[in-house]
Design a protein around this ligand. Structure first.
Ligand SMILES: Cc1cc2nc3c(=O)[nH]c(=O)nc-3n(C[C@H](O)[C@H](O)[C@H](O)COP(=O)(O)OP(=O)(O)OC[C@H]3O[C@@H](n4cnc5c(N)ncnc54)[C@H](O)[C@@H]3O)c2cc1C
Length: 532
């Protein structure tokens, strides 16, 4: 079937829904989302949204903290516009009914502090900030007649018109309706990628199952410019427990006095950074990785027992309850934690209004590389980036309404048959995630990257052959996407012969001035460094 709308939004997290609400003021919007509308990375965000809300704080300080953490690769003009958009974005969420924590005795929002921030500036709703944001956005979208949400619909590929003899332009997307197995043609005047991150490319991740890098992989295949894929952020503290898959122990715990310890009680962060437990994430993740490898331990411990039980239960109700369920009483004993893949700093290159290099294609949120994060992301800056860029992209696409819609060809399954060997998919999926964790994880080396490159090339051949012979399923599409994402991360990491921010390699352990550039990659070409 063919569906048409003025705006096609792929993804229903903070970026996609914020964009949809704004664009719906001008035209019809189709929101295509892989699972239920609320299933997104956004929904799992715990810590909060960074914004300058306190008179004692300033845009200059928020920008300076962002740039410091970005290790020389953040773009100051982009940092400035995101930071300045913070207060209005928060006020808009409050106006939509977001129930953020307020401060006792002060009539204002309660602001917490996280690693790398010089001030308390993180607006939060207990420890379920993302869920609260997702809730108000979903409610608003449901109440907006111009928006149609297609749940359990997965974008397969962008419709790039030069493939069918037209100009190099995106005119929509082919979309799999999972239940029926049909691939529909969604045509729009503006197509907006808001598909989030790719944590699932690694064995251990804080991300939900939807985070398979579909957007960045689709943009890559369509010929878009992609940047900085080597900068994958590992969250230092995910719960270490056999029954807890991907449960994050928020950085806000360290902001509230949490201390990382080894099993013998040793508070090791003072050996690694002057800010100790409040050092930037990459430093903390590497320190934990180092201490675990040094001692052979399976995990380290986050000690919150310096705070009162009453405070911990009130401030972190969700984390407290989950820990209790698993038999851990954080008010009396330290929480076992390990690092896990968390946030994709690289992505589709966009300008200050979310425009990609391909006409008709826009991108917002975690799928992008805007220049905000540089080589590392400052905690709680990503929800902010999604909110600010969604509004800017909506403004930039307001006038796309005029003109005829393209008429691309329908999806053609050729002679593909139903998959008869799903084991190929699960086997390759496991293999990619494991070698990415072991060879392209927190600490890299030339030899490990070469091994990973050989493996991904081999697997991509197998996946390509399987893909063309069989009817598409979500598992197969996700596998194809994580293989593309893995290829990009390995290629970018192999190009950066220095250590900077989130990219650490034992072969080049120091930063180099001549590498203070972005790593750019286009499908079919080797990556190169450029000042952009
Ligand atoms: C556990 C956790 C805690 C976090 N805590 C914080 C925090 O405190 N503060 C902060 O700023 N950031 C935090 N982050 C990061 C932040 O949540 C994300 O960067 C942000 O929510 C991304 O928003 P988004 O709209 O770009 O993508 P998402 O919220 O991930 O939404 C992506 C959407 O795209 C859909 N999708 C994906 N592929 C397809 C496809 N092929 N077809 C159709 N739909 C598709 C998904 O189903 C989903 O609806 C956290 C992340 C995690 C995982």
């Amino acid at each position: 079937m063919r569906f048409t709308s003025d705006y096609l939004v792929l993804g229903s997290g903070v970026a996609g829904l914020t964009y949809a609400l704004e664009a719906a003021k001008r035209g019809t919007v189709a929101v295509v989302t892989k699972r239920a509308v609320a299933e997104s990375n956004t929904n799992y965000a715990q810590g909060g949204v960074a914004a300058v809300m306190d008179p004692e704080d300033s845009f200059e300080e928020h920008a300076a903290d962002t740039i410091t953490v970005g290790y020389g690769l953040s773009k100051p003009d982009i940092v400035r516009l995101v930071v300045e958009g913070g207060p209005a974005a928060i006020q808009e969420l409050v106006a939509r009914g977001a129930d953020f924590d307020t401060s006792e005795g002060k009539d204002g929002l309660d602001l917490t502090r996280e690693g790398g921030h010089g001030k308390r500036r993180v607006v939060h709703a207990g420890d379920i900030t993302g869920q609260e944001i997702q809730r108000v956005l979903v409610e608003a979208v449901r109440a907006t007649p111009n928006i149609t949400v297609f749940e359990d619909h997965m974008a397969v590929d962008l419709i790039e018109l030069s493939r069918s003899g037209g100009p190099h332009q995106v005119a929509g997307a082919y979309v799999l309706e999972e239940q029926k197995g049909d691939v529909h043609t969604f045509v729009a005047r503006a197509t907006v990628l808001a598909t989030g991150g790719a944590g699932k490319v690694y064995l251990y991740t804080s991300n939900p199952d939807v985070a398979t890098g579909d957007g960045v992989a689709m943009a890559y295949r369509a010929g878009a410019l992609i940047a900085n894929m080597e900068f994958f952020q590992f969250h230092p503290t995910c719960l270490y427990h056999p029954k807890a898959k991907s449960f994050l122990i928020s950085e806000a715990l360290r902001g509230e006095g949490g201390i990382l310890r080894l099993a013998n009680g040793d508070a090791f962060m003072e050996r690694h950074h002057e800010m100790r437990d409040l050092a930037p994430r990459d430093v903390v993740a590497r320190a934990i990785d180092f201490e675990m490898k040094r001692t052979g331990a399976d995990c380290v411990f986050l000690d919150m027992t310096g705070q009162s039980a009453e405070f911990l239960v009130r401030r972190f109700p969700n984390i407290h309850a989950r820990c209790v369920e698993l038999g851990i009483d954080m008010t009396r004993e330290p929480i076992p934690v390990v690092p896990a893949a968390h946030y994709m700093c690289g992505g589709v290159v966009v300008d200050e209004d979310g425009r990609t290099k391909i006409p008709g294609l826009y991108a917002i949120g975690e799928v992008t590389c805007t220049g905000l994060h540089g080589a590392n992301r400052l905690a709680s800056n990503s929800l902010l980036e999604g909110l600010v860029f969604a509004k800017r992209a909506a403004q930039a696409t307001l006038d796309v309404g005029a003109g005829r819609l393209a008429e691309p060809p329908e999806w053609d399954s050729g002679s593909a048959v139903p998959s008869d060997e799903a084991v190929v998919v699960t086997q390759n999926w496991d293999e990619i995630r494991r070698f990415m964790w072991n060879y392209v994880g927190i600490v890299r080396s030339n030899r490990r990257l070469r091994r990973a490159a050989r493996r991904v090339a081999l697997l991509k051949d197998e996946i390509r052959e399987y893909y063309w012979k069989h009817l598409v399923t979500r598992d197969l599409l996700e596998l194809r996407n994580i293989a593309d994402v893995a290829e990009m991360i390995i290629a970018c990491a192999s190009t950066r012969r220095e250590s900077r921010g989130l990219h650490f390699t034992i072969d080049y352990p120091e930063p180099r001035d001549d590498y203070a550039k972005d790593t750019l990659i286009v499908y079919g070409e080797p990556p190169h460094l450029s000042g952009r």
